[in-house]
Design a protein around this ligand. Structure first.
Ligand SMILES: [Zn+2]
Length: 848
């Protein structure tokens, strides 16, 4: 007997083509629907089981073998989100048509077919309707075989109020005015054969840009009225990346048009619906003249990521949700590739080290998970959208690409896509294609990274003419039950021998190996280029040689890794905090943005751990470190500097004014902010976020009012977000109370409110209040916020670094499990435990 899986659908009947007609009523927040589904009956059945949730089904019928219509009856299974259609006579194998009449609600939970409300230019509230189906919410909009392997063609018709715009996956073939109802009927062309989670319908008062052509497909950006001018930048990177990908994949874009649509309420960053990609506004709409470099980069990233999915995910789709990582890891990898090709000066692969480091942070936990693991229930699929799927997945693909060579890797990808287009594939199919095209053992290598949690710490030691490498698992918690694991590790070595540089790549498959070099090395890097998903510990002579030549022997990414690995081993108790602080003292002349970013992240972490006395001497210490670089970069742009330099200036000043608490810097920031208010163009735009953050850090009620008003009347989505999150940085207790109230009062969109709560938990002066508030309003938050945001909000608990709070937090989550994010909650709790352990380990330090 095969194992019974009540969530899964039988495969006795396959859908081939859906004709879906929907009539949404935006004011009443409901919709009426009808569908005809051409199906292939494979085995004689009396019952057809498909998915439906929160739908009412009014009538069902099916054609019999002779073409007559037979009425069916429906039973709904709410737990498994299924509808069983029963027919009085046996349906024999062959082609049939199913007809279903149904109705549903436009919910406010930002999934399924949902309603979003925004204010128009006159301050009037306006509704629009959008969809978000991934992973398992198409079933809330129409009865369907809502599993990725049931691919079919979709022909959509939307009946909407005249004057509204209706968008779906394919181009419009006909619009007809219906005099009886005063509505119009918008008929869309057939989609390609695809999975249900990629279907989309969007209805509202939208304004679109003029199209740009990508091959024969017009590409447009849509937004609610008044924001059309903010779509130019994303249209540019949209065209560039779509063309870049069709070249890379060797396959033309598979849709007949491409719309990017900004939705005011959106649970994630964006969604790769074929031909109709939906975004949250900050990820699509941007003012190129006012936005910072990192805000522009975010738009470029998200647009490229979604475009990459048109092939990887949409054209070729995972068989089941356990394979989600391949979609997401690959799209993340491709997003870097496209943005790097578009703006090489942003050095996108260098800043990817920040993402890689975030993945390594989670993957060094006992509570981590393998990238791919068995998934059954919808909430388990929902729990996979995390840093391990996206960032670790993309990191190990990058490692593989660098090991195999970029062209060989691309050829394997092309083969994989051609072989599985319009169909589904599993992880193993990718390794087949890569092995065929490269003749390298990709599977054996990658299996250790995909099906095994964690990553190794590589020790590198100089031994005469040899470099001795060994591996063991890296863990923050040094428990007794650390598992014995090893990986197939591509080790990228670069060594200096008497002024010459030698590069060598080896595959470490055993515990240890010796790399023979022509002569004893003067220095060596064991993760050259920084592509490896591992940490390195150097023997003391090798470490000393690298510290001696920080700026001339190591690239920026390698310096980043040196700092980041040292910080990780410090948290793990393998390196002393004194040694770590000694190391970062050597970076006063550093000019790379990412190397600074990783240090500053560690400072915030230390700030949350230290008590007041320790914090005072720590602040003094980092003020000291920051003096030279802030002087070097100054407060205004210098001739010939890059966008990255400008961003770095902002980051350094921000750190000096907040975590280092420097009074002179705070005064200067306040003055400059006042000047910015009078004349926005007089301040370099990349510096503005730092000024806002410092003013909030030292600010009082008057500043709060001002920022609150700026949030309400923002001119761009980026400005709105900047001022909203600044409200969580204020330290006065009354102001903290006000921001806390905003998280549940309805004043902040539910797409942002959970993240505002997270920021409050991470604010040292607000954290205890925020924790009490979150506990008290927990049920309300679960009701209001999108499901996927709950575990992300709870990430803020890592800020509650005291023994007492930790106990409370453990206790609370034991009593209030988060079903769609059990793993992530476990990980936050472990990170908190590590921070509390560090607090105890370091309690006597920095007291002098
Ligand atoms: Zn994605």
């Amino acid at each position: 007997m095969p194992e019974k899986k009540p969530h899964r659908l039988p495969t006795t009947v396959l859908p081939e083509r859906y004709e879906i007609r929907l009539t949404p009523d935006l004011a009443a927040a409901t919709f009426a629907g009808e569908e005809r589904v051409s199906i292939q009956v494979l085995e004689p059945v009396r019952q057809i089981v498909l998915n439906a949730a929160e739908l009412e089904i009014q009538a069902v019928s099916a054609t019999s073998a002779d073409g007559t219509l037979i009425k069916g009856a429906v039973t709904l299974d709410a737990d498994n989100e299924q509808a069983t259609l029963s027919f009085p006579e046996l349906m024999t194998p062959g082609q049939r048509e199913l007809q279903i009449k149904f109705s549903g609600i436009l919910n406010d939970k930002l999934h399924g077919f949902y309603r979003s409300i925004y204010k128009d230019a006159d301050g009037r509230e306006k509704p629009l309707a959008s969809t978000q189906f991934e992973s398992t919410d198409a079933r809330r909009a129409f009865p369907c075989w809502d599993e990725p392997a049931f691919k079919a063609v979709f022909q959509v018709t939307l009946v909407v109020d005249d004057g509204l715009t209706a968008i779906s996956n394919a181009r419009v073939i006909r619009e007809t005015f219906l005099p009886q109802s005063g509505k119009k009927e918008v008929v869309f062309a057939d989609s390609m054969k695809m999975s249900t989670y990629l279907v989309a319908f969007i209805v509202g008062e939208f304004e679109g840009t003029a199209p740009v052509m990508v091959g024969s497909a017009p590409l447009r950006v849509w937004s609610v009225p008044g924001k059309k001018h903010l779509g130019k930048f994303s249209q540019e990177i949209g065209k560039f990346s779509l063309e870049h990908f069709s070249g890379y994949y060797g396959i033309a874009y598979p849709g007949d048009k491409l719309d990017f649509i900004a939705i005011p309420d959106f649970a994630s960053g964006a969604m790769e619906n074929l031909g109709a990609i939906t975004f949250r506004e900050t990820a699509l709409l941007v003012d190129e003249k006012k936005a910072t470099r990192s805000e522009l980069e975010r738009v470029a990233d998200v647009v490229s990521h979604e475009n990459a999915h048109m092939w990887f995910g949409d054209l070729v789709t995972m068989k089941w949700w356990n394979g989600l990582w391949l979609n997401e890891a690959f799209a993340t990898f491709m997003e870097m590739l496209a943005v790097d090709a578009w703006k090489p000066e942003w050095r996108r692969w260098d800043s990817f080290t920040i993402s890689r480091a975030a993945a390594m942070q989670v993957d060094g936990l006992k509570s981590t998970r393998p990238i791919e693991f068995p998934v059954e229930k919808p909430e388990e699929a929902a729990g996979m959208f995390d840093v391990l799927t996206y960032e670790k997945g993309a990191s190990v693909l990058r490692m593989l690409e660098q090991y195999l060579g970029a062209d060989a890797f691309r050829d394997g990808i092309r083969l994989y896509l051609r072989r599985h287009e319009y169909a589904n594939a599993e992880t193993t199919d990718l390794w087949d294609a890569l092995e065929e095209s490269t003749k390298e053992p990709a599977r054996a290598l990658m299996d250790t990274w995909i099906f095994q949690a964690g990553y190794p710490l590589i020790s590198a030691e100089k031994n005469g003419k040899e470099l001795a490498l060994s591996q063991r698992i890296f863990r923050y918690l040094q428990d007794s039950d650390v598992p014995d694991r090893s990986w197939h590790v591509p080790v990228f070595v670069r060594a200096g021998i008497k002024g010459e540089i030698i590069n060598k790549t080896v595959l470490l498959t055993e515990r240890q190996m010796r790399v023979e070099l022509p002569q004893p090395v003067d220095w060596a890097v064991a993760n050259a280029g920084g592509h490896g998903f591992y940490r390195v510990r150097y023997s003391s002579d090798l470490a000393a040689a690298l510290k001696e030549g920080l700026q001339n022997r190591l690239s920026p990414v390698e310096r980043f890794n040196l700092v980041n690995d040292a910080w990780a081993t410090t948290l793990a108790g393998l390196t002393s905090l004194t040694d770590y602080l000694g190391l970062i003292d050597l970076f006063r002349n550093e000019t790379d943005l990412n190397v600074w970013t990783t240090q500053i992240i560690s400072w915030h972490h230390l700030h949350r751990i230290f008590d007041e006395t320790q914090d005072r001497s720590f602040q003094k210490r980092i003020r000291n470190i920051l003096t030279a670089p802030v002087q070097h970069f100054g407060w205004s742009p210098r001739e010939g500097e890059t966008d990255l330099d400008r961003q770095l200036r902002g980051e350094l000043i921000n750190a000096l004014g907040t975590v280092a608490n420097d009074a002179a810097c705070q005064n200067r920031a306040r003055e400059l902010y006042a000047q910015y208010e009078k004349d926005p163009d007089s301040v370099e735009r990349n510096l503005v976020p730092a000024l806002v953050s410092i003013v909030a850090h030292i600010g009082a009620a008057a500043d709060y009012e001002k920022f609150h008003a700026k949030f309400k009347n923002a001119q761009t989505p980026q400005e709105e977000t900047r001022y909203l999150f600044a409200l969580a940085v204020f330290r006065h207790q009354d102001l903290i109370d006000r921001t806390l109230q905003m998280t549940v009062s309805g004043e902040v969109r539910t797409q942002n409110a959970p993240y505002l709560m997270r920021s409050l938990l991470l604010n040292k002066e607000a954290r205890e209040k925020a924790w009490l508030f979150m506990k008290a309003r927990w049920e309300e938050m679960l009701r209001q916020y999108p499901d996927n945001s709950i575990p992300r909000m709870c990430d803020g608990i890592i800020g509650l670094v005291t023994r007492e709070l930790e106990r409370e937090v453990q206790d609370f989550f034991a009593r209030h499990p988060v079903k769609q994010g059990a793993k992530q909650i476990e990980q936050h709790l472990e990170r908190l435990r590590i921070a509390v352990a560090c607090k105890e380990r370091w309690k006597d330090l920095l007291r002098g």
